[in-house]
Design a protein around this ligand. Sequence first.
Ligand code: UDP
Ligand code: MG
Length: 329
Amino acid sequence: MSIEKIGNTEKWNHLELSVVVPLYNEEAVVGELHRRLDLALRGLGVAYEIVFVNDGSKDATAELTAQLVARDPCLRVIHLSRNFGHQAAVCAGIDQARGAAVLVMDGDLQDPPELIPEFYALWKRGWEVVYAVRGSRKERGLKRLGYYLFYRIMAALSDLEIPLDSGDFGLMDRRVVEELKKLPEKKRFVRGLRTFVGFRQVGLEYARSAREAGEPKYTFRGLVRLALDGLVSFSDAPLRLASILGGVAILMALGLGAFTIIDAIWTRTAPPGWASLMTTVLFLGAVQLICVGILGEYLRLIFYETKGRPTYIVGRIDQHAAAESSDSS
Ligand code: UDP
Ligand code: MG
């Protein structure tokens, strides 16, 4: 075991940079993605690897990556055994990456590979986490508003200062990666965990372009899920909100109750009381539902964590024949 560990460290030493890209049904962009990555990384002039994570794609992504692997010894493709979702795929890539720095980016070219040298330069200057901050967004309408609100609510409710408008696009030093890998939680909200881990962090602003081709893989529902997971794993404010709301509702109910009793004995001005009764009942019902809902969100996460199931399962790993033989030697 210890020998193997040393072996791994040596591998990290000779690889400066790993670029991790999750791919789910990205047949329309994967060729262009690889071309631009290749260009940007060669320009750096350091030893690098590209780690594609095929997150159970149902289109030709697997075949296309196989063709790329045959040509490019710097490329490895981790095929997950099925679709585990974006965050899990990112984690699979991070776990497999061997570079002294690990960069994570989306596969749809919304995160431009041409920015990699800037990340690299900041890392070389001593920053241990360089995260991208979206200066402008190409998403429109409801989705854009949703993203905007999510990051603001998150900032207001979470104890951690998770940077506004930054996704998973970013670079991490090996030390950060090792700390990240030690965190036991299974439902992983990578950008939150990255903030949690700490070290010297810096933002790099860029203009997020529109998706190059293909469909966005996150449905609106998927995004709401991600937002809730993020909020619930990084803030206990919703839980506290439940108790505060409950407290206020009980005070109001007590006040109303006292008023009704006093009124019934002395003043007798109250009409049959239908209106106030209904409002009270509805209000309390609403508060209870909200509270139960919030509890449910936390329970859901606890439920996931206690099951202890892995974040992802690796089906197989594809790499260039030359890289394979040097690995086993
Ligand atoms: N992705 C993935 N598994 C999924 C969904 C998405 O690996 O189940 C990948 C997808 O291929 C892309 C990245 O995660 O590289 C971001 O997905 P998308 O562009 O749909 O997200 P958005 O840009 O809307 O946040
Ligand atoms: Mg996208």
